[in-house]
Structure formats: structure tokens, C-alpha cells
Design a protein around this ligand. Structure first.
Ligand code: ADP
Ligand code: MG
Length: 555
């Protein structure tokens, strides 16, 4: 529950909309109570009055019609403002979450993909409807119950206490009990939902391999287990909710019978007349309408608490990389220096150790070495996705730890073998490299990476949609789109980590041969396992975390 309170500022921003929704739902409920009460009084009075002509039928029936009308309008307005508020809360929550997710690179390593999807969808949804299904109805019920108690205290004092005790048990004790009893099941629903999503995503991603290796049954069994867990937890929640619903009905019945008994005594003593008593009894029934909704709300509240916990876990996890307290400016140029750098994902087992290297501004250098030597780790250090355990990484003399993140990303760009092509237009895919680049710049870079003819032939050209994960492109074209995007950036240093992954030998050679010319004027650090063409300035070979050899490329 405490985690939910942490979201109070997001809710507070929508105070006005919340109050309006609350007011409208109060009006709806009050009109409902008034409607039933008035009708009860009116029908009883009409039946009791032997002389129909004496009884004024017009005022009450106008009242009934008026109240129905108010009720319809208020309910409509309540839905409108409630859902509008929920959607605004949804966008606030998403913005809040994304603002906290971005500094947590690399995300996938810290949270599973299915788990992350779960947090982004289900958990956010559990919270955004919190007001609509829980806080709103509870407040409405409490206010309406208090008003009804006051009315009873004035008109049928003996019944007021009975009503208050039973009504507030129904709208407060039962829901609180339900939330407490459902906490474990609620958390389990959230966790099992995440596990199921993960299992399904894994199954879809790995479908081909799972089938080819005959591992399909195991994958099906694992999603089956998750689905079973989920439905068992849902069943427990459902059972609790049904029990709570029954208790609310019993309490409502008790309040009615209690008021009836007190009412009979008052009627006999002529402290109240029949029609008024009938009206009050029906109003009591109507007021319990507010409590029916609460059982559902309480079930949601149990899930919302777990969801809030999970979202807070993201919000409060420390960014992997700290921004400098006082950022230092970086002199212009693209000179890179590693000085006695040691780093290990587990510091006790360094991946690279005492590594020093210097790359001059404008150089095009290849880094080669066996798999697992630590090449990608160097790229991570250069991009400051990790910090060295010892030693310094410098850009033009500035320690990367003293450089503001935004400045660093402006100065050093990265292209990896799995750089994504997004399901979007060619233009949008390229502009990731440089926000707002004009079409002339886009065509120029497409020309440079030899994609211009291909894009010209696409329907819509720069506006053509290239598929998710670049599925409408060949592997070579997808790599070139990513290359174009990277070149478009104004970075002084471009790091390529296996940029030719997934390309055949010929495409790979062509790609690498062109690279030095394309990056001319900037520093290019190309991590590759391929044969390095003579157009590169230098080749550094990394072995077991050290530069073992400086081979100049034979001319
Ligand atoms: P290369 O790119 O040269 O193939 P890497 O730099 O990716 O090598 O990896 C170097 C070593 O660090 C390997 O032994 C690898 O298992 C380990 N490693 C890489 N990434 C991680 C990680 N995220 N967590 C733990 N160990 C890692
Ligand atoms: Mg690698």
C-alpha cells in the first residue's frame, strides 16, 4: 500500500478532475437514493390515501422524473470525466515510467523482457484505473453513507446507529478485509501474469529453434505452468470476492431488517408515518448499491498494491551510470585514450586488465581478437555503459565520468550488429541519428551508403515504412540503414561493434572497405572478426583483455 502512496503526486496533478468525478458520482448515488426513497414514499402514500383527489400526485411524480433525469446525466458525466482523468493519468504514468527507464541502460540485462512488458502494460493499467474502480467508489460510498446516517438520525433516530454500523462495515471493513486477504493472491496474479508473458514471448521468439530441436513440448509445458499459476491465483481472488459480496448482501439485509423493526416501533408510537418509513427503507436499499461496487474495487486494490511495488522497483533502482555532479566541457576532436583500464562484470574477475591504448582524432582503427576477448566490453566502456574498475577512459583528455551524459552521446556514437530498424518510415529511422535532419542530408547519407537507388524505388521513398526489425529489408540493407543513421549523427567518434554481423562474405568486405572513407574526418573504432581491409589506418588485436599486438595493415 505504501508504494501506492508514492504515486500520490501523479494523482494530485489531476485533483480537479478527480473532485469533479467524485462530485458527479455522489450526485448519481444521491439521485438514486432519492429516487427510490421518493418513489417508496409516493407509492405508499398514494395507496394509503383513500381519497385520490386529495392526494397531490403531480409534485412527487415530477420529482421522480427529475431525479431519474439527474441520475442519467450525472452518471454520463461521471463516466466521461472519470475516463478522461484515467487516460490522462495513464499518459502521466507512462511518461513517469519512461523517464525512469531510460537511464537504466542496458535495460534488458536488468529486467526480463516479458517482465518489463508486464510492468509497462498490466502494472500501469492496474494503477491508472485505481481511482476509477477503487478510490472514487470508496469515497462516494463513505460520503453517501454519512449523509444517509444523518437523514436517519433526524427522521428515524433508532435506526441510524444500526444503519451506520452495518453500512460502514460493508463499505470499509469488508473491503479492507478483502484487500488484506487477497494481498498474496493479488501479487501472485501480477507475478504469474509476468511469467506467462515471458513464456509466451520466449516461445514466439524461439519458435523455429524450439521446433527444430524438438523442445516444443518443454516450452508449451512452461507456459502451461505459468497459465495454471495465473488461473489458480485468479480463482482465489474470485473466491474471496464472492465471499465478500455475500457478506455485503448479509449486512445490507441486516440494515434493512433492523430499520424495519425500529420503524415498526416508531410507527406504532406515531413518531413516523407509513409512507416516510417506506421511503426510508427503500433509500437504505439504494444506498447499499454503493457497496456492491466496492467488492470489485477491493480486488483491484490488492493487485494495484503489487503493481505499484513493481513500478517503484523500477523507479528506485539506481541508474547503472551516475551523471557527474559538475560536468566538465570536452575540448573538440575525437581523440580516445584508455589508461590502465581494468573492468569486470564481476569485479573479482576482470574481463580487461591494465589496458592502455591511444587512438588519434580522425583515425580509423580496427579492433580484432577472439570471441570473448573483451572487444564489446571496450565498446561499452567507450559509450560509458559501464565504468572502469580502475584506470580512466578519456575523450580529448576529459575523463568520461566528468562528461554529461547528453554531451557524451552527442560526441560518441555506436553501431552494433543488432542495431534495430524500427517499424517506421525510412526518414524516421534515419533521423534517430540526427533529430530534424533535412531531406537533402538524408539523401546524401543514403547515397554514401549506396541505398539511395533502393529507397528511390520504394513507394513513398523516404516515407516508405520499413518493417518491424527491418523485415522488409535484406540483412545488408538493414545494416546500411543503421550505418546511414550512425553516419548522420554529428559524433566525433563512431564505435562499430561487429557492424557486419549477419552479412555474407562479399557484403561484409564491401561494407568494411567503404567504412574509412565514409567516416573520414572522424574517429572510427571498428570491432570486427573479419579480415580488415588495407584502407584502415591500424589494427589492434585484443587477446585476453590486453592489446597483444599492434599490427599495421600490410599495404
Ligand atoms: P567479445 O566482444 O570480444 O566477444 P565481450 O566483451 O562481449 O567479448 O565479453 C568479454 C567477456 O565478458 C566474456 O567472457 C563474456 O562472457 C563476459 N561478459 C560480457 N558481457 C557480460 C555481461 N553483461 N555480464 C557478465 N559477463 C559478461
Ligand atoms: Mg562482442
Amino acid at each position: 500500500m505504501k508504494a501506492i502512496l508514492a504515486f500520490a503526486p501523479l494523482f494530485a496533478r489531476l485533483k480537479g478532475a478527480m473532485l469533479l468525478t467524485l462530485l458527479l458520482s455522489l450526485v448519481t448515488l444521491a439521485a438514486g437514493i432519492g429516487l427510490l426513497g421518493l418513489s417508496g414514499w409516493f407509492l405508499t402514500a398514494a395507496a394509503l390515501s383513500t381519497l385520490g383527489s386529495v392526494f397531490n400526485i403531480f409534485a412527487p411524480s415530477a420529482g421522480v422524473r427529475g431525479l431519474s433525469f439527474i441520475r442519467i446525466l450525472a452518471r454520463y458525466g461521471e463516466k466521461l470525466s472519470g475516463h478522461d482523468m484515467t487516460l490522462r493519468l495513464l499518459s502521466d504514468l507512462r511518461a513517469w515510467l519512461f523517464a525512469r527507464l531510460f537511464p537504466l541502460v542496458p535495460l534488458a540485462r536488468r529486467f526480463g523482457r516479458g517482465d518489463l512488458v508486464s510492468r509497462l502494460l498490466a502494472d500501469v493499467e492496474a494503477l491508472d484505473t485505481l481511482f476509477l474502480v477503487a478510490l472514487g467508489p470508496i469515497s462516494t460510498a463513505v460520503l453517501a453513507g454519512a449523509a444517509m446516517t444523518v437523514v436517519l438520525a433526524l427522521l428515524l433516530p433508532g435506526a441510524a446507529v444500526i444503519y451506520a454500523v452495518l453500512f460502514f462495515s460493508a463499505v470499509l471493513l469488508v473491503p479492507v478485509g478483502l484487500v488484506l486477504a487477497s494481498r498474496r493472491a493479488g501479487a501472485e496474479v501480477v507475478a504469474a501474469g509476468a511469467a506467462l508473458r515471458q513464456a509466451v514471448l520466449d516461445g514466439i521468439d524461439g519458435h523455429q529453434d524450439l521446433v527444430l530441436f524438438g523442445a516444443r513440448d518443454a516450452a508449451v509445458a512452461s507456459s502451461d505452468t505459468a497459465a495454471r499459476r495465473l488461473s489458480a491465483a485468479r480463482r482465489r481472488l474470485g473466491r474471496n470476492a464472492a465471499l465478500a459480496g455475500a457478506m455485503v448482501q448479509i449486512l445490507a439485509g441486516g440494515a434493512l431488517v433492523g430499520a424495519l423493526l425500529v420503524g415498526f416501533v416508531a410507527l406504532e408510537a406515531q413518531q413516523i408515518d407509513g409512507p416516510l418509513l417506506a421511503g426510508l427503507l427503500l433509500a437504505i436499499i439504494a444506498s447499499f448499491e454503493a457497496s456492491a461496487m466496492l467488492v470489485r474495487s477491493a480486488t483491484r486494490l490488492a493487485g494495484a498494491a503489487a503493481a505499484a511495488d513493481r513500478l517503484q522497483a523500477i523507479a528506485t533502482s539506481a541508474p547503472g551510470i551516475a551523471e557527474p555532479a559538475a560536468a566538465l566541457p570536452v575540448p573538440p576532436g575525437g581523440e580516445i585514450r584508455l589508461e590502465a583500464v581494468r573492468f569486470g562484470y564481476d569485479p573479482a574477475h576482470p574481463v580487461i586488465d591494465a589496458l592502455s591504448l591511444a587512438i588519434r582524432s580522425g583515425e580509423c582503427v580496427a579492433i580484432t581478437g577472439p570471441s570473448g576477448a573483451g572487444k564489446s566490453t571496450i565498446a561499452q566502456l567507450l559509450l560509458r555503459l559501464v565504468d572502469p574498475d580502475a584506470g580512466v577512459v578519456r575523450l580529448n583528455g576529459a575523463d568520461l565520468r566528468d562528461v554529461a551524459g547528453a554531451e557524451l552521446r552527442r560526441r560518441i556514437a555506436l553501431m552494433t550488429q543488432d542495431a534495430p530498424v524500427f517499424l517506421d518510415t525510412v526518414r524516421a529511422n534515419l533521423r534517430i541519428g540526427r533529430d530534424g535532419a533535412d531531406d537533402a542530408a538524408l539523401w546524401q547519407v543514403l547515397e554514401a551508403v549506396q541505398l539511395a537507388d533502393f529507397v528511390k524505388a520504394l513507394p513513398g521513398q523516404l516515407d516508405a515504412i520499413v518493417g518491424e526489425a527491418g523485415r522488409t529489408l535484406s540483412a545488408g540493407q538493414a545494416r546500411r540503414i543503421c550505418l546511414a543513421r550512425t553516419l548522420l549523427s554529428e559524433a566525433d567518434v563512431i564505435v562499430f561493434d561487429e557492424p557486419t554481423g549477419g552479412l555474407d562474405f562479399e557484403a561484409e568486405s564491401a561494407f568494411l572497405v567503404e567504412l574509412p572513407a565514409l567516416t573520414r574526418g572522424r574517429t572510427a573504432i571498428v570491432i570486427t572478426h573479419a579480415v580488415v581491409p588495407a584502407s584502415f589506418d591500424r589494427v589492434l588485436e585484443l587477446r585476453a583483455g590486453r592489446i597483444a599486438e599492434r599490427a599495421h595493415v600490410p599495404a
